[in-house]
Ligand binder design. Structure first.
Ligand code: SAH
Ligand code: SF4
Length: 422
């Protein structure tokens, strides 16, 4: 085996005559033992291992190695402040105050990059490098609600509406399970047409024929229906609280909807034994960093099995600069959530893919996310499910083709993990 060690430069000598050396990108000096290489001068470049000098090397070789390592991202010339380091340490220990979260949301440059790296490391240490691939089937775009941010809101009369029949939904589910999907979200607007009997029948048929976790994302439908659907075999619910600020929630939702009712839903869904996927929108109009920090703390408090966060996409095209800022803010939110919820599934929302189709996904995985949610809605309906404009979609994605989720065993693994997490 051969190891590459980072060259250090001699900056002085301590009181016992030992060389004081500095590693690239740091300001700290540390003493090394040079008993094997006695002839050392200031500015010399050394290779050391565990504090022992092994070799003196020419400066051009040292710079070449450093250059190579920098290029490979093994060493960086990054400087972070004491305050930043302390805040990251606190995050690792699982608790951050609202002010600390706001501080991290404000980080820039090398500190923001370090935040993403810490989150990536946390993901790798706690859930390794698995990326989970889930699917969503959007079975109806009818909605009786009027969330101001959403293209499916009842007031949007220009939208052509559709409802998938029971058989169509079941067929779409089996098409997905045949490809290997083990967790599917069935999503719709708040559409009362699908009552507990109809949804119950759909779920029962699916569960009698396929080993697949069904998550429902059908809005606030009350205790009774959710109780029935749990008995029918549904495993989880995807329901974002959207914002933790009661005033902002009221402003964004009409028809007497309030945050209290949404949170009550999340609480009783938990007591019914559902796995919970919840979270919020990043970048809503009127959302301050204080509110965003509360959104993060509320998510942590709810301790969901899956986190669902994504950028808010307005109906008007976003300018490049605003898109970039929204992307960064969403990445920071993902990283902070990863540091605080070390083992929780954090899927990348389609909205994030939409604001940066080229790199969004890669950046989010590098910032601590660990799951993908693919749209499996039949093609003829896909464009009608327009929560926001220009939704990202990619056909025959290589992620899907090469996904390691095809085997029976992966269902058992998922079951074990989900069980452990509640
Ligand atoms: N009706 C259900 C499920 C469908 S909406 C519900 O409301 O829970 C699914 C999600 O789409 C919502 O939770 C919301 O956060 C998101 N969404 C709606 N409009 C959006 C927009 N303009 N940009 C980004 N996400 C949006
Ligand atoms: Fe309907 Fe959900 Fe859109 Fe609100 S967010 S309008 S409930 S589809």
């Amino acid at each position: 085996m051969m190891c590459l060690t980072i060259p250090v430069q001699v900056k002085g000598f301590n009181e016992t005559g030992k060389p004081l050396v500095q590693s690239i990108g740091t300001t700290n000096l540390f003493a090394v033992d040079n008993s094997l290489v006695p002839d050392i001068k200031i500015d010399d470049w050394l290779l050391c291992i565990s504090g022992l000098v092994l070799k003196k090397i020419p400066p051009e070789d040292a710079l070449e190695i450093i250059d190579f390592l920098k290029f490979s991202n093994i060493v960086t010339e990054r400087r972070v402040s004491e305050k930043f380091s302390k805040t990251i340490r606190n995050a690792h220990s699982g608790a951050l105050t609202r002010d600390e979260i706001i501080y991290l949301l404000n980080t820039e440059g090398s500190e923001a990059a370090t935040l993403y790296e810490e989150a990536l490391l946390t993901r790798q240490m706690n859930i390794r490098d698995f990326i989970c691939i889930h699917g969503v089937i959007e079975f109806s775009n009818y909605c009786s609600n009027d969330c101001l941010y959403c293209g499916l809101r009842a007031q949007n009369q220009s939208l052509k509406r559709y409802r998938m029949a029971k058989e169509e939904i079941i067929e779409a589910v089996f098409k997905a399970t045949a490809k290997g999907y083990k967790l599917l979200v069935l999503q719709s607007g708040e559409d009362m047409n699908y009552d507990k009997e109809l949804l119950g029948e759909i779920i029962k048929t699916i569960k009698s024929k396929a080993r697949v976790f069904i998550f429902l994302s059908i809005g606030e439908r009350g205790y009774e229906i959710y109780k029935e659907l749990k008995n029918a075999g549904a495993s989880g619910i995807l329901l974002r609280f959207e914002t933790s600020d009661p005033e902002l929630f009221k402003r964004l939702h009409e028809k007497g909807k309030d945050l209290k009712n949404r949170l009550e839903h999340l609480n009783f869904l938990k007591t019914l034994g559902y796995f919970i996927a919840t979270g919020f929108l990043v970048g809503l109009p009127g959302q301050t960093l204080e509110i965003l920090a509360s959104d993060i703390l509320t998510t942590v408090r709810l301790a969901p099995e899956m986190v669902s966060v994504g950028p808010y996409i307005p109906s008007m095209e976003l300018e490049a600069e605003k898109r970039e800022r929204l992307m960064e803010l969403t990445l920071k939110v993902i990283s902070i959530l990863r540091l605080l919820l070390k083992r929780t599934r954090i899927p990348i929302s389609t909205a994030l893919d939409t604001i940066d189709p080229e790199n969004g996904r890669k950046m989010a995985l590098r910032a601590g996310a660990n799951a993908l949610m693919f749209i499996l809605t039949p093609e003829k309906y896909r464009s009608l499910y327009s929560l926001y404009p220009n939704r990202y979609f990619q056909e025959s994605d290589p992620w899907e083709r090469y996904g390691l989720f095809k085997y029976e065993r992966s269902y058992d693994m998922l079951e074990e993990r989900l069980q452990k997490e509640i």
